[in-house]
Design a protein around this ligand. Sequence first.
Ligand code: SR1
Ligand code: MG
Length: 412
Amino acid sequence: QYRPLTPAELGSRLSTVPAIAGRIGADPARWNVREVGDGNLNLVFIVEGPEGTVIVKQALPYVRLVGDSWPLPLYRAFYENHALVRQAERDPGAVPAVYHFDETQALIVMEFLSPHKILRRKLIDGERVADLGAFLGRFCARTAFRGSELSMKSADKKKDVGLFSGNVEIPAITEALVFTDPYYSAEMNHHTDGLDPVVAGLRGDAKLKARVQRLLMKFASNTETMVHGDLHSGSIMSTDSESKVIDPEFVQYGPMGFDLGMLVANFLMAYFSQPAHRAPTELAGYQDWILSVIDDVLTGFDTEFRHLWATERTGMLYPAALFEDQGQSSEEACLALLADIRADALGFCGIEMHRRTLSLAHNADFEDIQDAALKSRLEARNLAMGAELILMSEALGSAEKLLDLARRYNAK
Ligand code: SR1
Ligand code: MG
């Protein structure tokens, strides 16, 4: 029967699993097990043995951030395990290897990433990661393309959509906390003093809210591909030269631009929060680096997507019979699709920028700022740019325009 495990209980449970004993050493008496989770939802254990270390994530039956007044099904671990398996197939090496899944205990035993650090912390600390944007752009493109009917057999993809559609409560969190709560005075919302006029402006903007609802409709009903679902800088672990994507428990089938948009939003929030974290002599250089990462993400996505389009388009969508077999290039169709994905992504990006400053779950980029006046000034820039992205997403398609816009708001 399920129960949230203590470190001792976890040790004795894992000691009977040959795959774990073989990896870290067979004698559990020599293991050191400690709970280190500080996220919003789960228990996270590091299990260190004489021959190696693994990480264990166990789902709790409620939202850890809020407490047991907000129950949450354990079956999310089942979907997370399936997501990790699919992501590993679609972008080998991009996610931690899974060693063991225990459905009853809702726990996944995974590769321990070391000396990796959570990317959000590295960005707050002013650290750089080589190849970061290219890796993330490639990951988004590969998972978007290879999880869709551009690549998958239609029957397989529809079966998979059926499998993941059993997961209702997790998407419901995103539907409420990300897409809805920021735009009215929802109970769990909170925002920094001084932002009231900006927030009133957003909540009073019917056109903006209508566009957000349209994007929510896409998120909830458009099953283009399997998305990570929560791709922010806390879902990425990096060394100075290598990164991995973790934590896909918000997995679902959704729009191709969703992960891309969430990701870019989190880099933009890192960018806007920098004046509070960097010495003036380092500020401009580091902010420029963050913008270059965004550029690489967007360019990397397009480059990889076009490559896959040319080499792996084996699904029922945009078949060669309609294009190449007729002596016509499908290039234009690919560029039109990429423009749609980019526009959706920028809309999702703006919404993520809003929810992280107005809804329940904020991020450390802003929350670590002690000076409330500075915090609200930086958050106001972030909110204003988010609104422009939602309202003007189709017109801001090029990376250059997006980065110019960020620079303009940063100077306000
Ligand atoms: C109640 S869960 C709050 C947030 O934490 C997760 O990481 C997701 O981003 C979710 O929206
Ligand atoms: Mg998470």
